[in-house]
Write a protein that binds this ligand. Structure first.
Ligand code: ASP
Length: 307
């Protein structure tokens, strides 16, 4: 069975925070990324192409905290992180702290495919982007009025920003293609009001992203510091590979117990080599969607509102 799942971030998301129009807009954004990724799989394309396609669309959608529409640092700038991993051969690419790359996931893919490295950061990553014809934009391209307002509210509130980290909208995808190959990708602006230079879990292979044909593919979203410390994505894969857990048992243990016990909000999407998808979060909501060749198709935001 081939299948794909995507997320658009997890966090505190009261139903009252989304007007019907806004909720509809999120659902449209998620659907278009999901359908584009699924179309790659349907056409016999690889899981790595499917996740790159879906994440790129979400990066271009200003509703999500990745690419255009990403959250702002404490200095009002945008710094982006992304990663991608191929479960066939454990090839991986990541970028962190880039401020001019329109689609960080495309640059992460280029690092994987065209460099001997796994992770490039900041200006060095952007210099590499120039050699690969990756589109560069000004930092202002990423900034939306909604994110400016979010930062103003945070700074105006008098609370120290680290106590008010708000990150909703990180994006990611996992997929299993017709050949049973797995892949995962994640992209984010991080957390609102973060210190410049802060790097979260999303570009860290093993924390925010991991894919191994021997177990599963995982993309995470949530309070990145905790996700790094618990190596979330690799922990889930390891429980499946060596611990005899099913994918849903592994996800349950990590998201609902290990992370929840630390007070770490967030969730993951995951898929195994049979195309079975698991999506789980310990926060109020997680923007998400899934499509499989068995006809499964859903977009969800809250735990009990799935279709
Ligand atoms: N995990 C991301 C980070 O810490 C944020 C998020 O997923 O909401 O940078």
């Amino acid at each position: 069975m081939h299948s794909i799942a995507i997320h658009g971030g997890a966090g505190t998301l009261p139903r009252t925070a989304l007007t019907p129009d806004r909720e509809a807009a999120y659902r449209v954004g998620l659907s278009s990324a999901l359908d584009a990724g699924f179309a790659v799989l349907e056409a016999g394309g690889s899981s790595i192409d499917a996740v790159a396609t879906a994440v790129r669309i979400l990066e271009d959608d200003p509703l999500f905290n990745a690419g255009r529409g990403a959250v702002l640092t404490i200095e009002g700038t945008v710094e982006l992180d992304a990663s991608i991993m191929d479960g066939r051969n454990l090839a991986a690419g990541a970028v962190a702290g880039v401020s001019q790359v329109r689609n960080p996931v495309a640059l992460a893919r280029a690092v994987m495919d065209h460099s001997p490295h796994v992770m490039l950061i900041g200006t060095g990553a952007e210099a590499f982007a120039r050699t690969r014809d990756i589109e560069l934009v000004t930092n202002d391209y990423f900034k939306t009025e909604a994110r400016r307002e979010q930062l103003r509210r945070m700074l105006g509130g008098g609370a120290h920003p680290v106590n008010e980290l708000s990150s909703l909208g990180t994006v990611g995808a996992v997929a299993c293609d017709k050949a049973g190959n797995l892949a995962a990708a994640t992209s984010t602006g991080g957390m609102t009001g973060k210190r410049c230079g802060r790097v979260g879990d999303s570009p860290i292979i093993g924390a925010g992203t991991y894919a191994d044909n021997a177990s599963c593919a995982v993309s995470a979203t949530g309070h990145g510091e905790f996700f790094i410390r618990t190596a979330v994505a690799h922990d889930i894969c390891a429980r499946v590979a060596y611990g005899g857990a099913t994918l849903s048992q592994a996800v349950e243990a990590v998201v609902m117990k290990r992370l929840a016990n630390m007070g770490a909000e967030g969730g993951v999407i995951a898929v195994d080599g049979n195309g079975r998808i698991v999506m789980r979060f310990n926060s109020e909501g997680m923007f998400r969607g899934a499509r499989s060749s068995d006809g499964t198709q859903m977009i969800g935001i809250w735990p009990d509102r799935e279709e």
